[in-house]
Design a protein around this ligand. Sequence first.
Ligand code: FA5
Ligand code: MG
Length: 423
Amino acid sequence: RNLSGVSSKQLPSYLKILGEKYPIDGTTNVTPAILAKIPLRLHTQKSHPLNTLRCLIESHYPDFTHLSSFSPLVTPYKNFDELSFPPDHPGRAVTDSYYINRGMMLRTHTSAHEVEVFRRGDTKWLLTADVYRRDEIDGSHYPVFHQMEGACIFDANEASMKEVEGDNARLAQQLARSNIIIEDTPHISPSNPPQPTHDPRHSRIVAENLKLSLNTLMLKLFGGVAGASTENPLRVRWIEAYFPFTSPSFEVEVFFQGKWLEILGSGVVRQATLDTANVPGKIGWAFGLGLERIAMILYSIPDIRLFWSTDARFISQFEEGKITTFTPYSKYPSCFKDVSFWSPQNEALHENDFCDLVRDVAGDIVEDVKEIDRFVHPKTERTSLCFRINYRSMDRSLSNDEVNDIQAQVVTRLKDQFGVEIR
Ligand code: FA5
Ligand code: MG
């Protein structure tokens, strides 16, 4: 057994990805299900809703450089270190990220390309790409998803900041008559401070420009969304956040299907990032949008798995360049299965390890996974876990036999790969 839960039987001694060979090692934890998704690049498929959304957002930023062909394979240095992630940041763990081997991983966010794009001299740019994370399983989380990074940097001097203030006044005008309700948070505060090297006033002006730029984008995207009427406006809120590579930092959530759904992270770019990229004398902002999350709101797509569907009843509903309301085809029944087990001695199985195994065995017929019980045995100190798996296909009814068979495979692999004891 190795920590990553991938048995060496399943994989050859090297992986072939996008035509290149990569040796595997003890860090390798990428699964065949994930590898199969790498060539798909949904954000570049003509009538796919993610491609239409990308083009729509690009049209909101006509004077930005539009990039969309960067390889998903990056070094951990590029994904983390270059962006000031501390050495012990949890995102680096094999439980949270997909590693090809010790020196190569699948990017977890489009921010991984910030330094290289700034370094080549782009000051206003958008970059769209597939990103990969070991994460929970539910209707708004998927291990492969798409982000769009946007960034804009200005000269850090009075004359340039005056121009940004002018731009801010113009953007604020556009928002005056809006059918979406936007809750704000302070541009800077003691808990969300400007950087030591920044004039706080400049930091505030740049943060305001970031928010106005994204608020006008949201007005363009959601202003016409079903439900965003004067009687029933769409609700959006800005909240304080933390990222190692921005300060101040913000997230945006939109009220969707009765819950606050996070659609983006953003902030004022850390000076260290610009220093590494060798662009002195600048100050600016960056954001990372979750394209699936935005498309779910825009097209009324109820489940993130649908973006990967090849079912004609899904695909035929979308046309290049058009935003339409998705009509769900009938919902098939759920089948719930519980599995309880004792984790190996002194080490509770990580939920992401469990979810990734289930995803690898069951593919897209798993709708969500919930931990429903956890306790530590007072004498043996072993952790008992119980997970409830909701199996439901989006395309057809599942037979009992089929689900039982899949559940049996999940149980077998849990025992084989993680050495758990089924209760
Ligand atoms: C980031 O990834 C930062 N790189 C964003 C950023 C860029 C901050 C530039 C500052 C400056 P976060 O982990 O919050 O942040 O992810 C960004 C968005 O990706 C989320 O708001 C959400 O919309 C989407 N997202 C995250 N995890 C998933 C997932 N498993 N499935 C689908 N979408 C996801
Ligand atoms: Mg977040």
